[in-house]
Design a protein around this ligand. Structure first.
Ligand code: FAD
Ligand code: 2HG
Ligand code: ZN
Length: 470
């Protein structure tokens, strides 16, 4: 247990206002976004700057108190909440939200880890630049959480995931030292890649306190289309067509199954596709263009026309206004909320080679229907990256509570299937507590051994987000 002396020392560093110990004050930090798990903590600590983080981590190292870093707490794998033991502290980075610098020649922005993603996008936009990471939780997730999970989102196809968008990091190490790696360099071959070790480590190796991120020119135009199709195979064909015509202009390619779209319409009735008839699959495409709106629209229309002529697509709408484009994206981004409103479900965040997407869906759907007849598939996601959110809701006739008891069996079918296709069981959300045991089935002893060696070297007392990832 944490001693009164330890909490007193934390108060000295942060001021008592930023050391929360009352259950009602700590509550929002202890339950995950989906409401699937509530942990326990000795305190929630809210540092204001890097030196305060370093002082707190040093105190934790001395008193052997485990630390759970937390940003917006929007993570989907139970990485940002403590376990039930009650001996850990949650370190909330949300007060650390300053934009430290923008360099318009180097095309970089330096931000603190608690900065909300949307605010970083807005700061870039004000400077006539684009920070391209985009995801439905952007109004509340933080750059630190985005980095710690190597977040993906809807523009990975063109700009890559968080690892590709970060040039430098500032990190507080497990013994309370500050590593200043805030370099804005695009080339730097000076030994081991520490930056990429901390990115995607889910807070298990150190606390990210700031980052240098890449900026891009603002596209002159962004054009969106929604198309209806019969099969995931057709969606794969459409991707090849769009890439051939638009090359790197294709910035988004999102698959949504009929049931995903129907769930959104059920729980958010104002959100509809606008098509007269329902289709088995939908794809949302986005083109970004450095020339003009007319050029972008012509390109997208050419793709849609070719796909309709080839009977790859049955129906299509190209958004004719920003409002219509936003409405189409909103439909896509409400799938997570609609499935949550529908009830408990089992999430999967798998990736397979893009060429195997359709076959993966076909085979795994069959296996799941055989084992759980009537289970409802909410299949959607970043088809352009080979990343599917292959989520399973209970059959209409089965109570959620009964269905959720089968979670392990469902995971086994889906994850074994993804791995059979050469895939991964977590393409963008990470492992957290939720997939920590699961990953041991799929990584070799050699790979797990290397990961463990890194963990031991950087966090010898196992205080950084214990029980997550490994
Ligand atoms: P948190 O949830 O607070 O933390 C996530 C992990 O990072 C935890 O392990 C935590 O300990 C660690 N961490 C947080 N801050 C730090 C830090 N400063 N230093 C070290 N470790 C830290 N993810 C995607 O990749 N793509 C999507 O499209 C996407 N869409 C989403 C849509 C919705 C509606 C929701 C709820 C989530 C979505 N996510 C998505 C998942 C989640 O939003 C992202 O993983 C996000 O990047 C997490 O940021 P956060 O600040 O909320 O992190
Ligand atoms: C998305 O792509 C997120 O919208 C969330 O990664 C996925 O709800 C999910 O399973
Ligand atoms: Zn996603």
């Amino acid at each position: 247990m944490t001693s009164p002396e330890f909490l007193h020392a934390c108060c000295e560093v942060l001021g008592p206002m930023h050391v929360l110990t009352a259950p009602e004050d700590m509550a929002p930090y202890l339950t995950d976004w989906r409401g699937r798990f509530t942990g326990n903590a000795a305190a929630v600590l809210r540092p204001a700057d890097t030196l305060q983080v370093a002082a707190i981590v040093a105190l934790c190292a001395e008193a052997k108190v485990p630390l759970v870093p937390q940003g917006g707490n929007t993570g989907l794998v139970l990485g940002s909440v403590p376990d039930g033991a009650g001996n850990a502290v949650v370190l909330s980075l949300k007060r650390m939200n300053r934009i430290r610098a923008i360099d318009l020649v180097n095309n970089t922005i330096t931000v603190e880890a608690g900065s909300i993603l949307e605010e970083v996008q807005n700061a870039a936009s004000k400077a006539d630049r684009l920070f391209p990471l985009s995801l439905a939780a952007e109004g509340s997730c933080t750059i630190g959480g985005n980095l710690a999970t190597n977040a993906g989102g809807t523009a990975v196809l063109r700009y890559g995931s968080m690892r590709d968008l970060c040039l430098g990091l500032e990190v507080v190490t497990a013994d309370g030292k500050v590593w200043d790696g805030l370099r804005g360099l695009r080339k730097d071959n000076t030994g081991y890649d520490l930056r990429n070790l901390f990115i995607g480590a889910e807070g298990t190796l150190g606390i990210i306190t700031a980052a240098v991120l890449k900026l891009f020119p603002q596209p002159r135009a962004q054009v969106t289309a929604l198309v209806g199709l019969n099969t995931p195979e057709d969606a794969q064909r459409l991707l090849a067509m769009a890439q051939a015509t638009c090359a790197s202009g294709l910035t988004g390619f999102e698959l949504m199954s009929a049931f995903s779209v129907a769930l959104v319409a059920r729980h958010f009735p104002q959100m509809r596709t606008g098509f007269q008839d329902a289709h088995a699959q939908y794809v949302l495409l986005e083109i970004s263009d450095s020339e003009s709106e007319a050029h972008a629209t012509a390109m997208l229309e050419a793709v849609v026309e070719e796909a309709m002529e080839g009977a790859v697509v049955c129906d299509a709408v190209v958004a004719s206004s920003i409002a219509q484009s936003r409405a189409l994206w909103s439909l896509r981004e409400h799938i997570t909320l609609a499935q949550a409103a529908e009830g408990k479900h089992v999430k999967h965040d798998v990736s397979v080679p893009i060429s195997s997407i359709a076959e993966f869906i076909g085979q795994t759907d069959t296996l799941l229907q055989r084992a759980f007849p009537g289970c409802r598939m909410v299949t959607f996601g970043h088809l352009g990256d080979g990343n599917l959110h292959y989520n399973v809701s209970a059959p209409e006739t089965m109570a959620d509570e009964t269905f959720i008891l089968h979670q392990e069996a469902i995971n086994r079918i889906v994850h074994d299937s993804a791995v059979r296709f050469g895939g991964s069981i977590s393409a963008e959300h990470g492992l957290g507590m939720l997939k920590r045991d699961e990953i041991r089935r799929y990584k070799s002893d050699v790979e797990l051994g290397l990961m463990m060696a890194i963990k031991k070297a950087l966090d010898p007392h196992q205080l950084m987000n214990p029980g997550k990832v490994l």
